[in-house]
Write a protein that binds this ligand. Structure first.
Ligand SMILES: [Fe+2]
Length: 297
């Protein structure tokens, strides 16, 4: 019987996540899956570095630990499908910094597990960042903790009459309401026949076996890209003081990943947020897969 190899793990100091290194130059498929799962549950993010890998190996390795891969239907950004595989996607096509977020938290069903693969690393900048939402929550002030546990977030998408009729290809508001209800969105009709599409969701979730309070979602990029669309669910403002407190707390415990060719990153999307520093190198090519763990979680 072939003996499984022990994982060589190295935490990112006291920040988020853990590296799995390959000093003995083994195949990534010879790693003990149970050890991977135990380490993943403990750290919430694993970076596999130094293994012989390409896109095909990335697909096989992620397949071996995952299930229910999804495409990017209803996703917010533009992504390219890679190798005609709708479950293998480029990261978004923007160059700007993307602040920390949970993937697809603007939808009620977000994928619990994310995989990233580095096809071509940038020569400089463009680091992916990861940050543990449990640590974020526990490091917030009591006042901010109370605010986020008592109030939810409200996203409002305002569409003029022509815009919603064009988008939904109908002038029947009932059909628009039915379509929005599928993603738990409410539609409010205004006097001028424009509409507001409302999505209300928590900023704090309970995650893991201990049901630990976890700060995760789309608040930070939404606030930085479209500050007018987001508020607390009672309509009150999420002010700059709150955002700068979160920015300060996250920067202390954020891990920056300077990609190397063939790196594979596994992220618990229920617990660990990810983002990206500004891109200055057009050659940066990172792929993503969205799925669920194929192990009890
Ligand atoms: Fe993302």
């Amino acid at each position: 019987m072939k003996l499984q190899n022990q994982l060589h793990s190295e935490p990112f100091s006291d920040k988020t996540g853990c590296k799995v290194l390959n000093p003995e130059q083994i195949s990534i498929f010879d790693l003990d899956q149970q050890e991977i799962i135990t380490l993943f549950k403990s750290y919430g993010a694993l970076l596999f570095r130094g293994f012989d890998s390409d896109v095909e190996i990335f697909l096989q390795f992620s397949n071996s630990l995952s299930t229910e891969f999804i495409d990017y239907s209803n996703g917010y950004f533009n992504r390219r499908v890679i190798n005609n595989n709708p479950t293998l996607l480029s990261v978004n096509d923007l160059k700007d910094e993307i602040k920390l977020h949970g993937e697809m938290y603007y939808l009620p069903n977000h994928p619990p597990l994310l995989w990233f693969f580095c096809a071509t690393p940038p020569v400089e900048s463009g680091e992916t960042i990861i940050c543990d939402g449990r640590k974020i929550f526990s490091n917030l002030s009591d006042e901010t903790k109370n605010l986020f546990t008592q109030k939810k977030l409200k996203y409002v998408n305002h569409l003029e009459k022509e815009a919603w009729q064009e988008r939904y290809k109908t002038d029947d508001l009932k059909l628009v309401k039915d379509a929005c209800a599928k993603n738990q969105r409410l539609v409010k009709l205004n006097e001028d026949e424009s509409i507001d599409i409302l999505y209300i969701c928590p900023a704090i979730y309970e995650t893991g076996e201990q049901k630990e309070l976890t700060f995760i979602g789309s608040l930070l990029p939404a606030k930085s890209l479209h500050p007018d669309i987001i508020s607390f669910d009672d309509g009150s403002e999420i002010n700059e003081q709150i955002i700068s407190e979160i920015d300060g707390v996250t920067e202390e415990i954020t891990t920056e990943i300077a990609w190397k060719t063939g790196d594979i990153l596994m992220i618990d999307n229920n617990r660990v947020m990810h983002g990206r520093r500004k891109i200055t190198d057009d050659n940066r090519d990172i792929y993503i897969r969205l799925c669920s763990p194929a192990f009890p979680f």
